[in-house]
Every structure is written in structure tokens, then in C-alpha cells.
Design a protein. Structure first.
Lengths: 177, 537
């Protein structure tokens, strides 16, 4: 009787060890893809870039404010379409504590400046020339917009163009402090 | 369910088929069979006898070799189905696999995608199959090696006559064992490195028992190998990334968490030279026109002392210079950078001359860095060139009348220039692309004439870090030790016993029966001990 109990205990222990190993394999394999890619609810990775006026912009400096973080490129057609909405609402929401920070991906300074001038953009634009910030945010197709709450969390991720003003407005509303 | 006590007095675990000690058949089935199955020495595979709790049921399921073989067969079938359509890795990277398989292969493609065959090695059920094989391996082995060990440890010298009769090699003859004859046999057995045990008129000669552990050592190796493979998905254990880097660029090396940077000084391709290189290459060179001798990236490795936020300026400290060639990677801190691929002659800069159309006179030249063009190029004496628009990958004029660019890469650069001259202080507008000049706002007196181009190469390096390699190596080595142990040594036993005026001789080996027969013949020949015969076929 005693021996049978012992065997049951040993078997249980071995099976438990195997189950843990298998469970771990599943966990690490299934999270492999997601790792490095931001999800809504994650802490937004901090970064620092210099904007076109030469001012350093660090994400953590925006603590207490909502941030409309937009990744764009001048060759990207949908990026062009959402710029006027962003410009209009950035002015409107500035007093309400939501700021726009645009990160250019891939363009030269000349192109970025011309673009900003052409579209009359007044919010800060920085160029991520080393692609480090893109990598941190896992950017692939453009545009990509990250709504960051006042406590620094990724509230919402929008991949692709924002066509309607209401759409953009809803995003701004979401991260109002 | 108690123990089974044999007539000889030995107490066997429940489920034993042949008494561990004397070899008597303990089950009716074993009593009926012509030859005993000796693979596990007739020991008790307990798993097949206890079946009470859920733990036992799970254990018994995985303890079955049949289940193990089915798992392997299923894995093989799944792997072969995985080769029917290309894996996710090999489909064009600008399409989504979700639509690609259905669009390209129809319904079959959709099923293929839905069931996860498109990314087989990462699909849940495939990992599940491999994991189940691992579990089966552990439990099958444990369930067999322990009883087998017990049976071999407890075996008695004098085996029961029924046990001896049901060995494959067996004979019996009337007579008695002469001690002189037996001594001769013993002498010869000793010279063949047999261990001899004797017990009043019975003899057991045995060698190579450790060969029986070969398969289990082999399984231990496999399990270690699987653990190594499992750890590959653990963060920080394994990196396999690509780094495309232009000549002159300094980039962060992916996978190093911002710690290391690499500068590409120069990428070169060197061909075999008909004159300089030895005669042997002549034929090949004539046939193909050119054979590459060397792909090489001259690089500088830096470490970032800052390791600050993404985007922050790194404080680079040089670690070393390196020449990366195929099969000669740059190694540092558990990472290795391998020369993998390249792209030749990407445009880097363009040179134009500002020229008077009528007189062909040049007012000066501008060299435009395609990755960082300037606003204004002052040529002096009232001549200036301003860039109003830059379209690095020009793709025609859009519906809004504006030139379009396909990408940020300078594949087909085009410029909207404002040419300022003493005659035209307000400037003339010219749109200049490769082999194309437009004057969108009226005829101009000046033009931008293409003068030259500067290119550079891009090198592609594989970034590899693999901390699991030694585990895989260890597993592989143990695996091979097990194979060798089981394959090059045989477990051979010879029993000689006198029972009621008859001499019984039986022998067993786990493989290579022919070798055993020859060895026994040479041992017994010339004595009165009978030579056992093969009772099978």
C-alpha cells in the first residue's frame, strides 16, 4: 500500500515536471511573435528625438498629458490625408492636455521640412534617422498612430490612415487627462 | 494487487512475466509461448498493470511504445504536408499570409493556412506533437529501464529448466558435467572476457550487459537535445536577425539591446583573376565569365557607452576593426556577424551642372547627397540652385499635379529645381529626373545637366547568437554514445546447468545471434558440453 502511494507521488512529480517544461515551451513560443511588438495596455517605450527646430523631445516629458504619437513618411499617401486633421485638432486639444508628436520615418530633413511647410504643420516633427524608435515600436506599414495616455500607457494603436476628422477626434478624446 | 511469489521463493513485482530470479514463466501466456520474449527480460512494465488514478492513466498512455510510434508517424506526416505549399518565411513579404494562401492556392490554401501548416514549426499543435514525443520518450524509458535493471540485477545463476528451454539457443543432452570439462569451458569463456558466476552445478557466463542501457542513454541525449531546442524560444538565448548596412553607415546591431553598433567601411566583391590566380580556374572562368573569390565587409565594431533611450545619440567606443568574409564571421560577446548577402551600387549622390542652354556654358556644379540633400547650393557670382522638391523614388505625376515618390529609397531620384542666375534672379523652374527634363512653368534659359553619379554598396549581415548550441552538442554527443553502446557491444549470456541427469545449455544475446553462435561454438567445441541450437526458423 505504502509503495503504491510512493509510486503515485513519484509519477505525479515527474508528470508535473514534464507539464511545466511543455507549458513553458508553449508559453515562450506563443509569446515569441508578440514579443517586441507593442500591445494596447503596454507601457509606451520611452525615446528621445530632436525635432526640426532642434529641440529634444522625450516621450516621458509628456507625462500628465495625452500624446498623439504618429509615425509617417512623405511618400505615404494615407499619411498626407490625415495630416490636416491632426493639425486642426492639435491646436484644439493643446489646451486640453493632448499633444501631437510626429515621427518621420525614412525621409531626409529637406523633404520633411518641405512637407511640413506645404501642409502648414505646427506640431513638433522629429526624424528617426537611425530607425531605433521605429524598432522599439515595431513599425512596419505607415502610417501608424499610438495614443498614449497621461500615465504613459499605450491606449490605442491605429495602423493605417485616419480618413475622417471624427475618427481623429475620438482618438484625442480618449487620452484627455 | 500484491506481489507475485515464484515457486523458487523470489518475490517479484506485480505484472512480472518471467521470474526475475529463476526465470520461471509466471503468466499463462508466457507458459504457452514457444520462445520467451527477452527484450525486457520478462520484467513487469508496471504501467500496464496499475490503472487507477488519472495520473496512472496519463502515465500509461505515454508509456505505450505504440503511442510513441504513432506520435512520430503523425509528426512525419505533418512535416511532409508542410512542404506542399511554401512556408510563411518564403512567401513575398509584402503580402499577408491570411490572404496569400487562399488567393494563390484556392480552398486548399485556405485550409493550409487555417490549420497552421503555413508556419508549421510555430503552430501550437505541431509544438504539442513534439512535446508529446518528449514526454513519451521520458516515460517509456523510465517504465522500461527500471524493471530491466531490476531483472538483470536479480537474475540467479541457476535458471529454471522451462526458462532455458524457451531461449532461442538451447540444447539438452543426457549426461553429467565433468568438472575438468567445465573448467576448460570456463577458461575459454574467461579469455573471451565473460564474467562467470557459479552455483552448485550451474554456470552463468555474461558479458556486455551495459549494451542494454544504450537505448536509454540515447533517449537521455534526445531529451537534452529537446531541452536545448525548447530554450531557443527563450528571450536572450537565441537571435537570428538581418542587418542591411550601407557603406559609411553606422547602425545599431539588432538583438544587442542597443549595446553594439557597427560601421560598414566598405563592401567588396573580388573575382578570380585569370592572370593572378592559378591555372585551375581557367576553364571555369572561360565558361562562366567570372567567379567570385571573396565577399567582404570591412567593418568597425563599437560599443555604446550611453545605452540610452532609443533615438538618443550613442556614445560610441571602438571595440575593434573586422573583416567579415563568408565563413569568417565577426565574433564578439556571444554574437557572430556573418556575411550573408549584398546589394551593389545603390545611388548615393548625383552631380549636375547648371548650364546655359544657348551657349552650353557651365555656371557651376552641384553635388547632391541623395540621403541628405541641401536646401540651397550657392555657386557664386549670382548663381544658385534651390531644391523645391525631392522625389527619391519618382513614380510619375499624381492626380493632384504633384510628382510622386514610391518609397524613401533613391531608386529613381527626381528634383524640382529653382535655378537662379544673374539673368533670372527670381529663378527658373526645372523638373529633372533621370533621362527626363520638364519645364512645368514655362521655357527656361538654363538647365540642370546630369554630370555623374556616386554609388555605394549595401552589405547584408546575419546576426546570430545561440546560447543553446552547447546543449544541442551535449545532447547529440550523448545520443551518439548511446547508439555506439547499443550497436557495437552485445549483451551475451550462456547458461549451463545439470538437471536430473541432463545437461542443459542455453544462450541469449540482444543482437547479432550469428556472432554469439560462433563464440559459443569455439568455447564449447572439443568438450562433452553440447552445443546449443537455434530453435528459431
Amino acid at each position: 500500500m505504502n509503495k503504491k502511494k510512493k509510486r503515485l507521488v513519484i509519477r505525479s512529480i515527474i508528470l508535473a515536471i514534464l507539464a511545466i517544461a511543455v507549458g513553458y515551451t508553449f508559453y515562450s513560443n506563443l509569446t515569441k511573435e508578440a514579443r517586441g511588438n507593442l500591445k494596447e495596455g503596454d507601457q509606451a517605450p520611452d525615446f528621445v528625438l530632436t525635432d526640426l527646430s532642434g529641440k529634444e523631445r522625450q516621450l516621458s516629458d509628456y507625462k500628465g498629458k495625452g500624446v498623439f504619437l504618429n509615425f509617417w513618411g512623405s511618400w505615404c499617401e494615407p499619411c498626407k490625408k490625415e495630416m490636416p486633421h491632426m493639425e486642426k485638432l492639435s491646436k484644439e486639444f493643446k489646451e486640453q492636455g493632448v499633444e501631437v508628436l510626429a515621427v518621420n520615418v525614412g525621409d531626409s530633413e529637406l523633404q520633411t521640412k518641405k512637407f511640413a511647410k506645404q501642409y502648414g504643420l505646427t506640431f513638433p516633427i522629429a526624424i528617426d534617422s537611425t530607425k531605433e524608435v521605429q524598432d522599439a515600436y515595431g513599425i512596419n506599414p505607415l502610417p501608424a498612430t499610438f495614443m498614449i495616455s497621461p500615465d504613459g500607457k499605450v491606449e490605442q494603436i491605429v495602423i493605417g490612415g485616419l480618413v475622417k476628422e471624427e475618427q481623429v477626434r475620438a482618438l484625442f478624446e480618449k487620452v484627455k487627462p | 494487487m500484491g506481489k507475485v511469489k515464484c515457486e523458487c521463493g523470489h518475490v517479484n513485482p506485480h505484472g512480472t512475466i518471467l521470474c526475475e530470479s529463476c526465470g520461471r514463466a509466471l503468466t499463462e501466456e508466457a507458459q504457452r509461448e514457444k520462445l520467451h520474449d527477452m527484450r525486457y527480460e520478462g520484467s513487469a512494465r508496471r504501467s500496464q498493470t496499475y490503472n487507477k488514478t488519472i495520473i496512472d492513466k496519463v502515465w500509461n498512455f505515454f508509456s505505450s511504445v505504440k503511442v510513441g510510434i504513432w506520435l512520430i508517424v503523425l509528426t512525419l506526416i505533418a512535416s511532409s504536408i508542410g512542404t506542399i505549399f511554401p512556408q510563411k518565411l518564403f512567401i513575398p513579404n509584402n503580402v499577408s499570409p491570411e490572404t496569400y494562401y487562399e488567393d494563390t492556392y484556392g480552398v486548399a490554401g485556405k485550409i493550409y493556412y487555417t490549420l497552421g501548416f503555413y508556419d508549421l514549426y510555430n503552430s501550437i499543435w505541431f509544438i504539442g506533437l513534439i512535446a508529446a514525443i518528449g514526454v513519451s520518450l521520458v516515460i517509456c524509458s523510465l517504465d522500461r529501464v527500471i524493471p530491466l535493471y531490476r531483472a538483470l540485477k536479480n537474475q540467479r545463476v541457476a535458471r529454471h529448466s522451462s526458462f532455458m528451454k524457451k531461449q532461442r539457443l538451447f540444447t539438452s543432452k543426457e549426461g553429467t558435467l565433468q568438472s575438468g570439462e567445465l573448467d576448460k569451458v570456463k577458461e575459454k569463456l574467461k579469455s573471451k572476457r565473460y564474467h562467470i558466476r557459479e552455483e552448485e552445478g550451474s554456470l552463468l557466463a555474461e558479458k556486455g550487459r551495459f549494451s542494454r542501457w544504450g537505448p536509454y542513454i540515447n533517449h537521455i541525449g534526445l531529451i537534452i537535445f529537446l531541452i536545448g531546442a525548447m530554450l531557443r524560444s527563450t528571450e536572450g538565448m537565441y537571435t537570428d536577425a538581418m542587418l542591411w548596412i550601407r557603406e559609411g553607415e553606422t547602425l545599431e546591431i539588432p538583438g544587442t539591446q542597443g549595446e553594439y553598433y557597427l560601421k560598414n567601411e566598405k563592401f567588396t566583391i573580388e573575382n578570380y583573376d585569370e592572370k593572378k590566380d592559378p591555372e585551375v580556374f581557367k576553364e571555369a572562368l572561360k565558361r562562366t565569365g567570372g567567379v567570385v573569390k571573396n565577399y567582404q565587409t570591412d567593418a568597425v565594431l563599437y560599443r555604446d557607452e550611453n545605452r540610452d533611450l532609443p533615438g538618443a545619440k550613442p556614445k560610441l567606443v571602438k571595440v575593434k576593426d573586422a573583416e567579415i568574409r563568408v565563413n569568417e564571421p565577426l565574433k564578439f560577446d556571444k554574437f557572430a556577424l556573418y556575411q550573408d548577402s549584398y546589394s551593389k551600387d545603390e545611388m548615393k549622390a548625383m552631380e549636375f551642372a547648371l548650364a546655359d542652354k544657348a551657349t552650353q556654358k557651365e555656371a557651376g556644379r552641384v553635388k547632391i547627397d541623395l540621403f541628405n540633400p541641401k536646401d540651397t547650393y550657392d555657386l557664386g557670382k549670382g548663381y544658385k540652385v534651390e531644391i523645391i522638391g525631392y522625389y527619391p523614388d519618382y513614380d510619375g505625376i499624381g492626380s493632384d499635379g504633384e510628382p510622386k515618390t514610391k518609397s524613401p529609397l533613391p531608386n529613381n531620384p527626381a528634383f524640382l529645381f529653382k535655378m537662379i542666375s544673374p539673368e533670372h534672379p527670381k529663378g527658373e523652374i526645372s523638373f529633372t529626373a533621370i533621362r527626363q527634363t520638364l519645364e512645368p512653368v514655362g521655357k527656361t534659359d538654363y538647365k540642370m545637366e546630369f554630370r555623374g553619379i556616386e554609388t555605394r554598396n549595401i552589405s547584408a549581415l546575419t546576426v546570430r547568437k545561440d546560447l543553446t548550441l552547447w546543449i544541442l552538442g551535449l545532447g547529440g554527443a550523448i545520443f551518439m554514445i548511446g547508439v555506439i553502446q547499443g550497436a557495437y557491444w552485445n549483451h551475451r549470456r550462456l547458461w549451463i546447468r545439470e538437471i536430473n541427469g541432463e545437461i542443459y545449455v542455453a544462450a541469449h544475446t540482444n543482437k547479432n545471434w550469428h556472432g554469439l553462435k560462433r563464440e559459443i561454438n569455439s568455447v564449447i567445441e572439443g568438450t562433452s558440453v553440447p552445443i546449443p541450437e537455434d530453435q528459431q526458423g
